[in-house]
Design a protein around this ligand. Sequence first.
Ligand SMILES: C[S@@+](CC[C@H](N)C(=O)[O-])C[C@H]1O[C@@H](n2cnc3c(N)ncnc32)[C@H](O)[C@@H]1O
Length: 232
Amino acid sequence: MIGIEEIKDKIDLPEDIKSSAVKFSEGKYLHHLIKENNFKKTLETGFGLGLSAASIITATNTKHVGIDPFQANYQNCGLKNIEKLGLTNNLEFYAEPSHEALPKLLNQKRSFDFIFIDGDHKFDGQFVDFYYASLLIETNGYIVLHDTWMESTSFLVNYIKKNRKDFNYIPQSLRNIAVFKKIGTDERDWLHFKRFGGTIKSYLTQKAIKKIHDNENSFLNKSILKAKEILK
Ligand SMILES: C[S@@+](CC[C@H](N)C(=O)[O-])C[C@H]1O[C@@H](n2cnc3c(N)ncnc32)[C@H](O)[C@@H]1O
């Protein structure tokens, strides 16, 4: 099977959408996290370009569940990558939104020891993914959230930290992910609720990125793109 180091040279990331994939450094991080913990039953929401999936499969060499309803919109780029890397036999793919696929897996009494959440990044989409992931994850398994720079993700991180004592936050050296370990059963009573908020850092980052995103043709935006070109 292909090794983690070879993925970078073999995977195709079209210029216009490549920023949506996890970074190679993040893929490697996930790969090693899985190997260190000997996780084998893995799932991700937001299969995208297949980079996170390839990083996960090369760590387990077993079947990985990938969920993404929008592959067709990207010429099946992720599925083609997995095929090109020779990993198709280790992929169980659902071309459905996660809010449809996850309850089906739960109904089939499936369980997982590693779940990566990288699909719909709006707060409600991520919250629903986490909610189902919390029911599908085994004790001692990990749920990993991507894009913690986003305000929506930062709210979810703080919801889990404050309200879900059945999960332990595991600090990591990588900035853009949050890792939670399932450590027990959910024993909250019906009146339980602890207030939570996002971080100031995510509020300011989100505001800045949104401004750049909304003004694609601004001088600032063009200068950033020019600088990126020069630094390549
Ligand atoms: C940031 S990209 C994921 C990148 C991917 N992890 C990789 O490394 O290539 C987010 C993906 O989530 C998918 N997505 C959006 N809404 C979704 C949903 N409701 N359920 C599952 N996936 C969703 C998008 O189609 C997109 O491919």
